[in-house]
Design a protein around this ligand. Structure first.
Ligand code: FES
Length: 234
């Protein structure tokens, strides 16, 4: 377990030069919702070690984003509000099968052919009671983020930031996002998401600024890694 989250993984073999390695996937959490991201990676290492009874030495690790809808069925079809824009999203790790189904739905929409899956995947649906409840809960979370979570900025000043350290720092009464990279260079940003203005959270394991409202991610220098934000941090 990491916190209250069960860590488990799925694995695939991966050939690299003469050796066969493993790709282990899991430890999911909402973007910006877990400040102890190093523990999430360690949980996967521990899980792999317990399953195969050895001490894994990870060569690479990375986080990816995966979208899901409130009722867990992808949104595929015409974008709400725009007849000419087609969307396919919310595959929830099932891109191989859902992506194939989405291609059929979009093809039949374009060719104006009947397809029973068109209404199932309808990108403009509100969904059932559970989906509405989930939407309300998600929007309450966004409202809470706007109000500002109780993350106290570090008051020691930028000079006290050590190599590899990052987070919120109070400078002259203002909160800045700062990170000192492995060469000692200091990167500072305004820790406010350029999508709709939610406060950003430092992700120490990936060294990124993450937004818990809609999932945008930024590099320590403020460049966009993941949308919906399109503009770099100030
Ligand atoms: S406010 Fe940050 S992703 Fe929407």
């Amino acid at each position: 377990m990491v916190g209250d989250r069960l860590v488990s993984g799925v694995r695939r073999t991966a050939r690299r030069r003469a050796a066969t390695g493993l790709i282990v996937v899991g430890g999911d959490h909402e973007t910006g919702d877990d400040t102890n991201t190093a523990a999430a990676y360690q949980g996967l290492v521990d899980w792999a070690g317990s399953v195969w009874n050895f001490s894994p030495q990870p060569e690479y690790r990375w986080s990816a984003e995966d979208y899901s809808t409130p009722d867990l069925i992808p949104y595929v079809g015409r974008s709400p509000g725009s007849h000419s824009i087609l969307v396919a999203t919310g595959m929830r790790k099932w891109g191989l099968s859902n992506g194939t189904a989405a291609a059929g739905v979009l093809r039949d929409l374009i060719l104006d052919r009947p397809n029973p899956a068109i209404s199932l995947y309808d990108a403009g649906r509100i969904g059932d009671t559970h989906s509405v409840g989930k939407l309300i809960a998600d929007n309450l979370k966004v409202a809470k983020e706007y109000a500002g979570r109780l993350v106290q900025p570090f008051r020691g000043g930028l000079d006290h930031l050590e190599v590899g350290q990052g987070g919120l720092i109070e400078v002259d009464g203002h909160t800045v996002g700062a990170y000192r990279d492995s060469t000692g260079e200091l990167h500072t940003v305004k820790p406010v998401c350029t999508h709709l203005g939610c406060p950003l959270h430092w992700n120490p394991a990936d060294t990124t600024w993450d937004c818990n409202c809609h999932g945008s991610r930024f590099t320590p220098a403020g460049d966009v890694l993941d949308g919906p934000a399109t503009k770099p941090l100030g």
